[in-house]
Each structure stands twice: as structure tokens, then as C-alpha cells.
Design a protein around this ligand. Structure first.
Ligand SMILES: C[S@@+](CC[C@H](N)C(=O)[O-])C[C@H]1O[C@@H](n2cnc3c(N)ncnc32)[C@H](O)[C@@H]1O
Length: 302
């Protein structure tokens, strides 16, 4: 099969099993650029094997679960004006430490969402096109990511910065397992180490040139302290990329950012200065003021 045939196979699989979730691919075809389809097919096959195989089908199941989780929790948020979860330890026990949830649907689902949710895809593209060239000019040698999750941003960073070495921290053993698979699949495992721990309990002894924390802040009870800690592990002349989901619910989202301004103020209070801000919104704008969004900042120390 060529790329177009493989893509059609994926679309038909989704259509047959989950027709409610297949329409978004038509939207992607209309909204996204010509390279998107190739990336979807080649990256996801690299990770999950051939499009007609079982592992690929399971990843699509994971994506659907991930999307249902988001929709159910967004409905809760719209009704109650706060996210359903509020306790980090409970979320950790029920979700991050739950192998079936993490490896069965959450992590593959989140990875697939970076290729199917237009705002996720566009943030990744802008990271490659707008953030990476700026960071590359500074010739960084040590990259630290906190909260690697599906390792999408570990992968984007390691592939864009061909000589950098990296360490990725995640409190979930399953995120670490999944991240190692991503690193093997995309050929950067010799330059990147995944570590299962809270990065700030035993912080890296060498300060980083480049720090990334992508869609982690909304998972925390105290994101301000977390941002201050991110600032502390960064060299004085280093730079960071930090994002958060805004008015976007999920079963593991705890901290509600009601606007991009709340995020930028928090980053400033933590000791950062924003060099560039990027933001993308979900295509689902049914409740305009509560449209799920992601805001991200390229930062230096203030
Ligand atoms: C939504 S994922 C991050 C998204 C990821 N950057 C991606 O692109 O897929 C959130 C991750 O943060 C991790 N996490 C939550 N709190 C953490 C903490 N205090 N330290 C490190 N990792 C944490 C969770 O285990 C989970 O894997």
C-alpha cells in the first residue's frame, strides 16, 4: 500500500468501528497541510507497526478512549465550572500507576491525538517550525523534559536537535516504559534517558540548557511551585518551553487555567520572561469562552 492507501485504511477502520470519531479526519484533510497525512502514516506505523496490524488497531482504540475521556470531563467542567478531579495522589493511584490505563489506552491515545486533533498537531508543527530553530541557535547540549507522557515532545526535540543529550522525568513507570519504546522507534535512545521520578525530589545535578514541560501544569495541585522548580533546573542563559491546557478537561486534569493570561502570569511569577507565545484552540467551539486550548511559551530567565 502507498501512503494514501494506508491513510484510507486508517480512516475506514475508524469509520467502521467508531463512525462518530471518523469525521475529524475529514476536518484534518481540509485544515492541515500536505505533509500531515505522510506524518500520520509514517510516524504511527513506526510506533505501532503496519496500519492493518493489531497494535495499530489498539492504538486507534486508545485514541477513541482518550477522546471520550476528554468529552465526558469537558461536559462535567461545563456544568460545574471546575474539573472533576482535584487530588493529585488519587489521580496518580488510579491513573498514572495503572498499567492497563496508561499502556492500554492513555499513552497510545495521547500520541495518536497529536496527529488527529488539529490543535495538537498544529502545536507540534509550530514547535518544530517556530520554537526549535530559536533553540537550535543557542547550541544547547543538555535537554531536560519533565512529565514526558507519550514522549511526543521528547521525540520532536531529539529529532530537531541532532547532537543534544536529554533526560526525561515522569512519575509514572508506564510513561517511562512507553517513552523508551518511542525512543527506540525513532532512533534517539542512545542520547536520551527516561527516569521514573519526580524531577524535583532529586533534581538533576547538571543544570539544563533547554527545559521542556508540555501539558503537565494542569495535572498538578501547585503548578506555580512546579514552574519555579523548572526555572531552578535551568542554566542562567538557558531557555525553556512550557505549555498548559486551558479550559480543557480530562480525567487527570486538576488545575484549571481559565485563560492564557493566567498561564503567562504564573510563568512570570516563577522567574521566566516569555520570548514567544503560541496558542491553538480545539475545533470544538460549541461553548466559545470554554473552548479547549493549549498555550505554550518559549522562555528565558527574567
Ligand atoms: C499529559 S502527560 C504530558 C504530555 C506529554 N508531554 C505528551 O506530549 O504526551 C502528563 C504526564 O505528566 C506526568 N506527571 C504528572 N505529574 C508529574 C510530576 N510531578 N513529575 C513528573 N511527571 C509528572 C504524568 O505521569 C503524565 O505522564
Amino acid at each position: 500500500m502507498n501512503t494514501n492507501e494506508k491513510y484510507d485504511f486508517v480512516k475506514n477502520s475508524l469509520q467502521k468501528k467508531y463512525s462518530f470519531f471518523a469525521g475529524i479526519l475529514t476536518t484534518c484533510e481540509e485544515m492541515l497541510d500536505a505533509t500531515w497525512k505522510n506524518e500520520l502514516v509514517s510516524d504511527l506505523e513506526r510506533m505501532f507497526g503496519a496500519v492493518e496490524g493489531q497494535e495499530f488497531a489498539k492504538a486507534l482504540d486508545g485514541y477513541v478512549e482518550f477522546s471520550i475521556d476528554a468529552a465526558k470531563n469537558q461536559q462535567y467542567y461545563l456544568k460545574h465550572d471546575h474539573y472533576k478531579s482535584s487530588n493529585f495522589s488519587e489521580v496518580k493511584k488510579e491513573l498514572y500507576d495503572n498499567e492497563e490505563h496508561m499502556l492500554g489506552n492513555y499513552l497510545p491515545g495521547m500520541l495518536v491525538s497529536h496527529y488527529i486533533w488539529p490543535h495538537h498537531y498544529k502545536m507540534g508543527k509550530r514547535y518544530r517550525n517556530e520554537i526549535m530553530p530559536w533553540v537550535k541557535k543557542k547550541n544547547p547540549s543538555l535537554f531536560v523534559e519533565v512529565g514526558t507522557g507519550s514522549a511526543m515532545y521528547s521525540k520532536l526535540t531529539m529529532l530537531a536537535l541532532e547532537t543534544i543529550n536529554g533526560i526525561g522525568y515522569d512519575i509514572s513507570p508506564h510513561s517511562v516504559t512507553f517513552g523508551k519504546r518511542v525512543a527506540e522507534a525513532f532512533g534517539f535512545s542512545n542520547r536520551f534517558k527516561f527516569v521514573q521520578q519526580d524531577a524535583f525530589q532529586n533534581p538533576p545535578k547538571d543544570k539544563a540548557d533547554f527545559v521542556v514541560s508540555q501539558e503537565v501544569l494542569e495535572h498538578l495541585e501547585d503548578p506555580l511551585t512546579f514552574c519555579k522548580n523548572l526555572c531552578n533546573i535551568l542554566k542562567d542563559d538557558g531557555c525553556a518551553y512550557i505549555t498548559a491546557a486551558i479550559t480543557a478537561a480530562h480525567s487527570d486534569h486538576i488545575y484549571l487555567f481559565k485563560s492564557p493570561k493566567e498561564l503567562s502570569s504564573m510563568l512570570e511569577e516563577a522567574g521566566f520572561r516569555s520570548v514567544l507565545e503560541i496558542e491553538e484552540a480545539s475545533i470544538d467551539t460549541r461553548v466559545p469562552e470554554k473552548t479547549p486550548r493549549i498555550a505554550g511559551h518559549l522562555l528565558v530567565k527574567a
